[in-house]
Design a protein around this ligand. Structure first.
Ligand code: PS7
Ligand code: MN
Ligand code: MN
Ligand code: MN
Ligand code: MN
Ligand code: MN
Length: 357
């Protein structure tokens, strides 16, 4: 069922949907299948955060301009006619015509608007705290705690905002709002996967999100991860990062068990399924150190089918990829045993949800 009805849409809203299709590969389709009540609010939520992220990612904007832009974005998104023409990023057209998003934001229910604004305040300030720059002597994150705080700002808060929208619209189980750690895990799992996969691209752009607390166990200098002679150590470092991301799986499955509406279930489950498949793809894969890897179209299609059914089929996806990670696990990896135990725990958890006789 297609929930959009273009005949009732204003020109500015049509433009917003064009931006949604232009800027998001994985989210645009699932967002547009959402229940009518949340379709426009979540599309605009996405575009606001995409605008903020376009500023964050643009390494041609000096920090003296970028930091105030990020910190003030929640005020900026209320200024009629506001546009930004100084970005060099791929999605710069969104900022160049951001006034259409502002126009449409003013039409949504105040409850929904307040949630979007609250997340924008917190995310913009968090991004500003972590803004990196190549002239900086100390660049990148040091501890796992700092790494998780960054993931909280850019993804945990999205989860929080979405959960508040699901509950406010009565499409989500109100009990979810009482379990912030489940919501946080949903965001952490997606963001950590993105960071693990983007190691090479982020480094080429002058950013480093892997925490020193993890990579320094494997190499002396960050650059050594990209030295072909030290490939084995780099793969062990990626394993360490994958092991850390896998700790969120059980809470993600638990969160998804709380969904009560099919379009919302699909919207939350598809990205999670893509994430576990991506973790399996990057695990012990030397290509990650050289270029951006992506799951195949065929795998993505199968995942879409499986993640739009029910919790059981999503559990099957998690179990399949946990087993594939087990199979690729290398006894020479210092985390061999930890990874094996972690994958076993995920399988056990699924077993408790759906016991076999
Ligand atoms: C469902 C409880 C409002 C739908 C969905 C734009 C993707 C872009 O792509 O390295 O490598 O450049 O710069 C929890 C989505 C977390 C976020 C974070 C799930 C908004 C989104 C802005 C919570 C998505 C995780 C930056 C920040 O990384 O990316 C539930 C909707 C979700 C946007 C994502 C992305 C961060 C990001 P890239 P970056
Ligand atoms: Mn980005
Ligand atoms: Mn970013
Ligand atoms: Mn321009
Ligand atoms: Mn990234
Ligand atoms: Mn990027």
């Amino acid at each position: 069922v297609h929930r959009r009805d273009p005949s009732t849409e204003s020109e500015t809203l049509k433009e917003c949907f064009r931006f949604l299709n232009m800027t998001s590969r994985s989210f645009s389709a699932v967002i547009q299948e959402l229940d009518h009540e949340l379709l426009v609010p979540i599309s605009l939520f996405y575009l606001v955060l995409r605008g903020l992220d376009t500023v964050e990612d643009d390494m041609t904007i000096p920090l003296s301009k970028k930091i105030p832009l990020l910190r003030d974005f929640h005020n900026t998104m209320e200024i009629d006619g506001w546009q930004y023409h100084e970005s060099q990023e791929k999605d710069r057209e969104l900022l160049e015509k951001f006034d259409v998003v502002i126009t449409e934001l003013k039409k949504i229910k105040p409850t929904y608007y307040a949630i979007i604004k609250d997340v924008t305040i917190k995310m913009g300030n968090g991004m500003a705290d972590y803004a990196q720059n190549d002239e900086m002597i100390k660049s990148g994150v040091d501890t796992i705690e700092e790494y998780e705080l960054y993931c909280h700002y850019v993804a945990g808060l999205v989860g929080e905002g979405l959960t508040r929208l699901f509950v406010a619209s009565e499409l989500g189980n109100p009990k979810l709002a009482e379990r912030p750690s489940l919501t946080e895990s949903m965001g952490q799992f997606l963001q950590k996967t993105n960071i693990i996969r983007d190691i090479r691209e982020d480094w080429e752009e002058g950013r480093r999100w892997y925490p020193k607390e993890i990579w320094s166990k494997h190499v002396d200098r960050w650059e050594d991860l990209f030295d072909p002679k030290q490939e084995e150590k780099a793969l062990n470092c990626i394993s360490d990062m994958v092991l850390d991301a896998l700790k969120h799986c059980e809470e993600c499955l638990f969160y998804m068990a709380g969904m009560r509406e099919q379009s919302v279930f699909n919207f939350v489950a598809i990205p999670q399924g893509m994430a576990i498949a991506t973790l399996e793809l990057v695990f012990r894969n030397p290509d990650v150190l050289k270029r951006n890897v992506k799951i195949t179209k065929g795998d993505a299609c199968q995942l879409m089918t499986e993640c739009t059914q029910n919790l059981y089929t999503v559990c099957e996806v998690f179990r399949r990829y946990a087993r594939r990670i087990q199979r690729k696990n290398d006894p020479r990896d210092p985390n061999y045993l930890n990874i094996s135990v972690r994958c076993g725990k995920i399988e056990q958890f699924i077993e408790t949800l759906y016991p076999r006789q």
